[in-house]
Structures are given as C-alpha cells and as structure tokens.
Design a binder for this molecule. Structure first.
Ligand code: SF4
Length: 702
C-alpha cells in the first residue's frame, strides 16, 4: 500500500471505467494521486490496466479547467476561446430561452451517459422535465444495454443486468457466454470464471472471434455475426428433441412455452448450422452440457445484443435458460454483462426518453403523480415520452427536432452509429453545449464547452453490473472553478428560474432519488450512504432501511403480475445489410483491453497508449492473402456510409468472412463512421453496431 503522507488522505472508492466497478483506495494530497486495489467483491484485489492508470488523467495537461466559447458567437468555424462561467452559462441559457420561445419546449434536448453517477443521471432527467420541461432526453446507454433491458423486462418484468451476484459464476458448472469477452473488457472478473474452471466447470463462448475469453473455454462456437438468435432457437430445438427441457419448472414458473415450442420446431440443427456456421456437433455439446449441469448460467453481452433484432436475440437466450429451468436457482440463471461504469444505474433513474426514476414509466399516470409529488410540481407539467437516442440525434436541427442540445458525459461523435451522419446533424444545431473533462470530438464541435470534475473529485453512487449500489467517494478537490455535473445542473436550473428544485449536494440528491424510486421496480428507498459505507454496497430492490437488499432475484417469483416468467416466440431475421459484390465481407466492431468506449480518456493515458497506440483491424490470413494485404499494411474499410483506415492485424482469431474493428477512435479511424444506423431494434431502438457489409482494400504499406 502507498503510505499516506502528512498532507495526504486515502479514500476507498471505485474505478472510473467499466461496470465491474473494481474497488480501489486513492491516496491524494500534496503529490499526484496514487491508488491500490481493494479486496472488493467484484475484483478481490485485482485491477486491469485501465484501472491501474486511472489517476494519470487527474493532472493531465489537456484537462479542461475553464469554459470555452466560440470567439464569434454563432460561428462554429471561429476558434474556441476561454471564457468566464458567467459568459458561458449566459450563452447557454440565452440559447435555451431563444430556442424554446421560437420552436417550443421540445426543441431543447439533453443527451446523457452511462458514466454519470446515479445522482447525476437522476438530476439530468429531472432537469430536462422540470427546468426545461422538454421531452427530448435520452442517453448513450441506448447504444449499450437497451436490448438486454428490453428482453429482461418482457420476460421477467424487471431489468437488472445480473439478477445474481458475480460470485455465482464461480459456482456454476457450466457458463455460456454469448458475445461477451470479459478477459479483455473486465479482466478481474475472470477470477470467478477461473475458480469455476479449477473446480471442473465447463465454459462455452459464442463469439465470431477467438477472443482471450474464448481461448480459455472448453468450447468456442464461432457464428456469423447477427445469427445468435437462430443459434439459441436451435439449441432449444435440440433440448426439446432430446427431452432435456425442465417441464416441471416450465409448468410451475413460466407462461407461453407452447408457442415457443412450436416456433423452434423449424430450427433444425442442420438448418441452424447453415445459418450460423456452428457445427451440429457443437450445438449438441452445448445443449447437453447446459442441461446436465446442476448449476448453469447463460450470459449475453453486446455481441448478441447490438443488433436490429437485439431484444429478440436476448429473449431467445432467455427462452433457452427458462426451458432448462435456470433463472431463480442458486448458481444458475440468465444475465447480461453490463458495459459502462454506471450502465445499470444510468438506465434506472430517468435519463431515458420514456422513463421516470425507479424504472417508472413516463406514460403511467400513477408514476407521473408519484414523481411529480416528490419534485413538487403538477403531474400535468411533466412532458410525454420523447425520442430514443439515435432518433433524437438523427432529427437534430430539423422541423420538430432538437435545436439546442446539452450533452453530458457522452462523445457521440465517436460512439454513435453512422458517426459522420451524427456529426453532420450536430452541425445542423442552432446551439450545442458539451460538459466534459477533455475536449472530446463532440466537444470540439460545440458552441460552449463546460469543464467538469472527474470521478475522483466528486461524490455519488454507482450501481454495478450485479445491481449493487456502491459509493463513488470524493478523494480530492477538483481544480479550482471546476464543478461536478450535479452542481452544474443546479446552477443552470437556478438561471432558468427553477433553482428551488435542485441541490448540488450528492447525498441530498440521493435521498430525493430514494423517495422518487420508492415503490418502483428499482426501489432504492432503503439504501442510504451510511448503509453502503457499513458494508460492500447494497443490492436493489431495497424497500426499507431494515431490508437486507436483494442479491439474488426471482428465487420465488418473477416480477410479473402472476409471478411467472414469460416465454416469447422469436424468429431469426436476416441482417439489415448482407454482403454483396461491392461490400463482400461482414464488419463487426468491439473493444480492446487497453482502451475504453470512445477513448476520450484512455487515448490520453500514456501507459495505455503504449499498449494500444493505434487502431488495428483484424483480418483472417486467407482474406489477407486474397487481397494482397501484409502484416504491416494499412487497410481501408469502406461501407455504404464511409471509409476508415486501420493497421492490419492478420490473425486466424476471426472468421475468414468477418473483419473486426475497434470503435475507440475517431477521425480517419472511426469504426462507427462505418456502422449501420438505418435499422433500429423495434423495442430497444438499438442500432446494428455489430454487423454491416464492408469492403477491404490495402491502403498503404511500409
Ligand atoms: Fe476498472 Fe473495469 Fe478494469 Fe475493474 S475491470 S479496473 S472496473 S476498467
């Protein structure tokens, strides 16, 4: 451990990055902050390279310390120059008032993120509905967890990423991971998988790439991207044919199986092999392993979910888990592996277009009345549900669309699908304001950039991938004059005449969030800062202060009116964009170990840049040979939307018909300049990040 000096203090907190929310102790004071990992349940003393390097950014020379505004107001070609807070906030408030006077309340919009604390996400949703009275708010989690959330809500009546503690993974005899690569995205979690394997557990990985996770698995199924639903239906077909279904569980705890039973009849193993590329023998091995295990877990993640049929794909895997009697049993079940740090809490407390705190629906009169009473407003003053994230972005600057946009903690110019289209839409805005701690690619386009405090400089709570509510504790003061987003929203609300409704104090906001969530599906009313401090976090739902919290859901009943889980018949649909003569291959996108999301932070972290300095596209050796591409070449990937260049990484870890590109970079290496946003999932409004047609060409060599 790092010894604390006379003017230093050590604070227990959590990593700023992914949803594992590894515990760490930050020592800060009279020298650059340092950290050590803690023995917290999700990381047990482990951290990945991103966590280890997270304090590097606190003193980074590129940090924004003062607001920036355009030297010529209204002219985004003029340079961004430093300004006073009064000037910057004045310009934003003027733009809000001018826009709403001319175009109506919904012409001002808000776009949030899954890295905001629960308090900030809650406050942002409330700011939109109370201070701006706009329906136009959504957040980047729509591009992350929304399909899994939609499926869980349909099937179980409740969306909590993992309905069981992460430690259950170590107890499972079989774990099937679908489109999930925790060995790269959250390495400390692997200790639970490793512990299971040491006990003799079998792991099956379903992924078009032979990832670090797949290499350690007993079985790797390598389907064509976009065919996971067909695979899940095919596995259920085999389970039925082989009499492996837990009919007692199905009869006692579920409804709707007969329709699914007849639906999967068409998914013959050889047909599924033709659709997915997964051999019949591997399909059978997977089903028999799952069905014969005493404890078995199915986990899906973005690889399965970021599709235009993402919700149905997650549902297909839930159907399989239900048919085998897994959800609600110890060491068993279905879950989704949340990505962003507060991807879970960020979707519970009202920054979604259709939602009020506690997972309440904005369309439900009783929910509106409850939340309006907590907020001290008339329920009739609450706006209606608004547009989902991509729909909101795609309508920027149009008639009926948003004209002035405030973005918190999101870099949509890199992370949104069809990113160049989104950048063009941002250019159509009358006014763009971005709060961030670095000049991200989105902030570079803004009229006003507002610096914000970083993770170690603010208080709040996060909800990790297990549904465990934890404290993100302030370890040091932010640079002078830099507020956190909670304070920023309170000050903005004040200028908009709604200041009495908003506090800048995290615990005060959390106590209000507790009241707003009381009685909702994500009930935080029994969780207090004191209770979190006294233990290792508290799992929601937790409806009273003497309630222990709920680490494991669905043990007795599901969250549906009759307590039963819902099967739902789902069908494989072809991907929106099939390869053709011009774009003959399949592009899929994802993450690499040493980068995180849009790279705003990790691309500025020296130690991480040394590991992953340039974006590399993975190509199979057969494909590279056919196209005359060598290992040191640069390749150009082109789709119907744009082009981007990457260093070639020739590896047989990808299928010969698939190219993989990481999405952490912008500019000329923007993978999301290539991705397809024309077909959204009808339930979750998820774009098809994980599959589109691509052409590959050598663009240069050594
Ligand atoms: Fe941070 Fe996630 Fe790495 Fe843990 S696994 S150190 S939470 S990025």
């Amino acid at each position: 451990a790092v010894p604390a000096g006379p003017r230093t203090r050590t604070t227990e907190t959590h990593c700023p990055y992914c949803a594992l929310q590894c515990g760490m102790a930050v020592t800060a004071g009279d020298r650059p902050a340092t950290l050590v990992p803690l023995d917290f349940p999700t990381n047990r003393g482990g951290l990945c390279s991103k966590g280890w390097s997270s304090t590097e950014l606190l003193d980074h020379p590129e940090r924004l310390l003062r607001p920036l505004v355009r030297s010529t107001p209204g002219d985004r070609t003029s340079p961004l120059v430093e300004a006073t807070w009064d000037d910057a906030l004045g310009r934003l408030v003027d733009a809000i008032e001018r826009t709403q006077a001319r175009y109506g309340r919904d012409a001002v919009g808000c776009f949030g993120g899954g890295s905001l604390t629960n308090e900030q996400a809650y406050q942002f949703g409330k700011f939109a509905r109370v201070a701006l009275r706009t329906s136009a708010i959504d957040y980047n989690g729509r591009f992350c967890m929304s399909s899994a959330a939609g499926a869980a809500n349909r099937a179980f009546g409740l969306d909590r990423g993992m309905p069981f503690p992460l430690a259950d993974v170590a107890e499972a005899d079989v774990v099937v991971l679908v489109g999930s690569n925790p060995a790269d995205t959250m390495p400390p979690a692997m200790q639970y998988f490793d512990a299971g394997r040491e006990r003799g557990a079998q792991h099956v990985v379903v992924d078009p790439r032979r990832t670090a996770t797949a290499r350690n698995a007993a079985l790797h199924l390598q389907p064509l991207p976009g065919t996971d639903l067909a695979l899940a239906n095919g596995l259920l077909h085999i389970a039925l044919a082989e009499d492996l279904v837990d009919e007692g569980y199905v009869a006692a705890r579920t409804t709707g199986f007969d329709d699914v039973r007849s639906g999967v009849a068409a998914y013959w193993p050889d047909r599924v092999e033709r659709i997915t590329g997964v051999p019949v023998a591997d399909q059978r091995r997977t089903v028999f392993a799952l069905a014969r295990a005493e404890r078995a877990i199915v986990l899906t993640a973005r690889g399965a979910e970021q599709h235009r049929s993402g919700t149905d794909t997650a549902q297909a895997w839930i159907n399989l888990a239900l048919a085998l009697g897994l959800p609600g049993r110890p060491g068993s079940g279905w879950g989704t592996v949340t990505g962003q740090g507060n991807g879970q809490g960020g979707r519970e407390h009202g920054q979604k277009a259709d939602q009020l705190p506690g997972y309440r629906s904005l369309a439900d009169p009783a929910a509106r009345a409850h939340v309006a009473a907590v907020w001290g407003i008339d329920p009739d003053d609450l706006p209606s549900p608004g547009r989902s994230a991509f729909e909101l972005l795609d309508a920027l600057g149009t008639d009926g669309g948003v004209r002035t946009l405030l973005v918190l903690a999101s870099n949509v110019a890199v992370s949104a699908p069809d990113a160049r289209r989104v950048v063009s839409r941002l250019g159509d805005l009358d006014f763009l304001a971005v709060s961030d701690f670095f000049l991200s690619e989105t902030a570079e386009l803004a009229d006003v950039v507002l610096p914000s405090a970083m993770w170690a400089e603010e208080d709040g709570t996060m909800t990790n991938l297990e549904g465990r509510v934890i404290r993100r504790r302030k370890s040091l003061d932010p640079p002078s004059g830099v507020p956190d987003d909670l304070r920023l929203l309170a000050v903005l609300a004040e200028r908009l005449g709604a200041g009495e409704h908003f506090s800048g104090d995290a615990e005060t906001v959390f106590d209000e969030l507790r009241r707003a969530s009381a009685g909702g599906a994500a009930d935080y009313s029994g969780i207090t800062y004191r209770r979190i401090d006294a233990g290792e976090g508290v799992f929601w739902p937790c409806p009273q202060e003497d309630h222990p919290g709920t680490p494991r859901l669905f043990t007795e009943r599901f969250n549906t009116p009759d307590g039963r889980a819902r099967f739902l018949r789902v069908e494989h649909v072809d991907v929106h964009e099939r390869p053709d003569a011009d774009h003959p291959y399949v592009l899929t996108t994802g993450r690499v170990l040493a980068q995180y999301q849009s790279g705003t932070q990790t691309r500025r972290t020296r130690s991480l840049q040394m590991v992953a300095p340039t974006p590399r596209a993975e190509l199979h050796p057969d494909l590279a040979r056919r196209l005359g591409i060598g290992p040191d070449d640069v390749v150009e990937l082109s789709t119907r939307r744009g082009r981007a260049r990457f260093h070639a990484w020739i590896t047989d870890a990808v299928r010969p018909d698939v190219v993989f590109a990481p999405f952490h970079w912008g500019g000329g290496s923007s993978a999301n300049a290539l991705t397809d946003a024309d077909a959204l999932d009808p339930t979750s409004k998820m774009p098809a990040f994980k599959v589109c047609a691509v052409a590959v060409a050598r663009a240069g060599g050594p």
